[in-house]
Ligand binder design. Sequence first.
Ligand SMILES: *[C@@H]1O[C@H](CO)[C@@H](O)[C@H](O)[C@H]1NC(C)=O
Ligand SMILES: *[C@@H]1O[C@H](CO)[C@@H](O)[C@H](O)[C@H]1NC(C)=O
Length: 262
Amino acid sequence: MVKVGALTAFGLLSLAGQVMAQQSVKVMPFGASIVTRCWRNNLDAKLKAAGVKNYDFVGSQQGSQDCLKQFPGTDNDHEGHSGSQATDYAAKGNLTTWLNQQPAVDVVVMFLGHNDVILGHKPLDTIIKAYDTLIEQMRKKNPKMQIVWSNLTPVDPKRWDTSSNPNNSKDIAALSARIKEYAPSKSTSDSPVYFVNNFEGFNPVSDTDDGEHPSTSGNEKMASKFLPAAKEAIQAVSRSSGIIRGVLGVRRVTMADRRRTK
Ligand SMILES: *[C@@H]1O[C@H](CO)[C@@H](O)[C@H](O)[C@H]1NC(C)=O
Ligand SMILES: *[C@@H]1O[C@H](CO)[C@@H](O)[C@H](O)[C@H]1NC(C)=O
């Protein structure tokens, strides 16, 4: 931790250098298999087209080459792990591990919960408790974490409601409705939660490959839905931490700077 009051001119120079070297906003797309899909690349292209460029997607995983073919030159990094459940992540601390592997993450773009329902058959209250834990883990790592939180896309009842689990599509709809209430309720001024409604307007037949995972049209819808919230979150971080007016000129040293220089 740099003690700002004790900075020498040299210290300030090197601090400014470090901040400039790392000033792009770190954005972690986080979740399960749907996060591996090309909506991220589509979102990256849309953000850049909208003039938002000072960010970097981070994560230990890489999307498929197909995503790069569809969206050349886009950022393919993410933290989506197929088959994963929010309840397991919360219990096992995976998110903390992944956040620790990256330079200070500023924004988490979260899409997670399908597998808790369709594989884990977890009660909705249990899933919401896991979300509480995940938010705590994000804020423990960064008290100013900007959290872009989507509810879930619907699943096709013809594909996913089986004789042993007849309520999957209804339970996904119910969880999505819960997230719509829950996400805004977790927002704070230091660490806003930006709710994204990917349930609405998504057709689980025509917008998916398999009744669950987004097809090209589904990826387009998701990217368009994520765009305004992702833009707002990235710009909020830039406003609070990216201001350097000349190397020795006026600048604000923010908590984000201090985190980065730890
Ligand atoms: C989550 O963490 C547990 C415990 O370390 C590990 O066994 C599991 O493989 C991790 N999950 C993923 C998707 O990496
Ligand atoms: C499915 O939902 C109905 C009511 O909506 C409920 O009575 C039934 O127990 C549920 N079945 C399962 C397996 O969750």
